[in-house]
Design a protein around this ligand. Structure first.
Ligand code: NDP
Ligand code: MG
Ligand code: MG
Length: 340
């Protein structure tokens, strides 16, 4: 098994002597900034004027322009949306870095796909929490943490690994366990996971099941419960104890159906397509397409999103959830980033 590190394995002095700039104050940014400060690190926040700026100031941070925050700091954690990082980096970060500084990321995309090419005199590391920012914050407040991956792309000071580990400790991840990775592995597995399984695979499975039942004349309400609502129970059981734990809780009839029908849904052909998706992630074809979609102002993204929001499962779901006050209301926009 790969080596998982905990608080006892981490030296914090090297980062305690430095000033950290957190660039962005969204899902990850607010959690990193608050947790690091409470762990005893010195933090400033770099932002443009706007909602996040107001929020960070309310939380008691010194908020500077991105350029100024970078100038004043030794370690710069870039927590902007991935598709905006390159532009902000070129405009406000690059020229303000000094030899011996470190830049850091919570996802390897822009470094791995050469969108950001760091100068050769700075450290470059990754601390990628395996959970959304609001969980990183909440678990920290509860005295626990979300596990994280860490990795080093460039080690100029000889201290990059220590910095990454201390940073992971500061956000609470060392309480839960930190595991070494590379920018390549983190980026490729993250993209594959969200496309094939967590987001893409799951939404397509749910919709196909719902459509099959409603096209056969069953009530959309019943189809919604069966194909979407009950998903949470199953996923909670998987999370708590893996496949066996989930199968222990469901009926033997459900378990028999799982055994005989599951492999007919996800079969060798599906796996073949997963391999194609993985190849496109590895070759950079997916990244290239997403970058040009953004450069063109997201025509397909916007069109598909509008169409998806009109799917009948969304309409019936909205009505049903209003009748179920125990189901939490959708998260506020700034809390919405649950997916990575
Ligand atoms: P969000 O979209 O939640 O937050 C982005 C932040 O960047 C906001 O505070 C926004 O402020 C600010 N911002 C946007 N544009 C600019 C700009 N031009 N100049 C200055 N500030 C700007 O991002 P996430 O936290 O989701 O993602 C950050 C990083 O973390 C990404 O690399 C992502 O892949 C990674 N990550 C995210 C996870 C998640 O669960 N969300 C999990 C693990 C990693 P404003 O209010 O002004 O728009
Ligand atoms: Mg059932
Ligand atoms: Mg992701």
């Amino acid at each position: 098994m790969s080596k998982v590190l905990y608080e006892k394995d981490v030296k914090t002095e090297v980062l305690k002597e430095k000033k950290i700039a957190i660039i962005g104050y969204g899902s990850q940014g607010h959690a990193h900034a608050l947790n690091l400060r409470e762990s005893g690190y010195e933090v400033v926040v770099g932002l443009r004027p706007g909602n996040s700026q107001v929020k960070a100031e309310k939380d008691g941070f010194t908020v500077l322009s991105v350029a100024e925050a970078v100038k004043q700091s030794d370690v710069v954690m870039i927590l902007l949306p991935d598709e905006l990082q390159t532009a902000v980096y070129k405009e406000s970060i690059e020229e303000n870095l000094e030899a011996g500084n470190a830049i850091a990321f919570a996802h390897g995309f822009n470094i791995h796909f050469n969108q950001i090419v760091p100068p050769s005199n700075v450290d470059v590391f990754l601390v990628a929490p395996k959970g959304p920012g609001h969980l990183v914050r909440r678990t920290y407040e509860e005295g626990a943490g979300v596990p994280a991956l860490y990795g080093v792309f460039q080690d100029v000071s000889g201290e990059a690994t220590e910095l990454a580990l201390a940073y992971a400790q500061g956000i609470g991840a060392a309480r839960a366990g930190i595991l070494e990775t590379s920018f390549q592995e983190e980026t490729e597995t993250d993209l594959f996971g969200e496309q094939a399984v967590l987001c893409g695979g799951l939404t397509s499975l749910v919709k196909a099941g719902f459509e099959t039942l409603t096209e056969a004349g069953y009530q959309p309400e019943v189809a919604y419960f069966e194909c979407l609502h009950e998903m949470k129970l199953i996923v909670d059981l998987l999370y708590e104890g893996g496949l066996e734990n989930m199968r222990y809780s469901i009926s033997d009839t459900a378990q028999w159906g799982d055994f005989v029908s599951g492999p007919r849904i996800i079969n060798d052909e599906t796996k073949q397509r997963m391999k194609e998706i993985l190849s496109e992630v590895q070759s950079g074809a997916f990244a290239k397409g997403w970058i040009s979609e953004n450069q063109a102002n997201r025509p397909q993204f916007t069109a598909i999103n509008a169409k998806e929001n009109q799917h009948p499962i969304e309409k019936v779901g909205k009505e049903l959830r209003e009748l179920m006050p125990f189901v939490k209301q959708p998260l506020q926009t700034d809390q919405k980033k649950q997916k990575d």
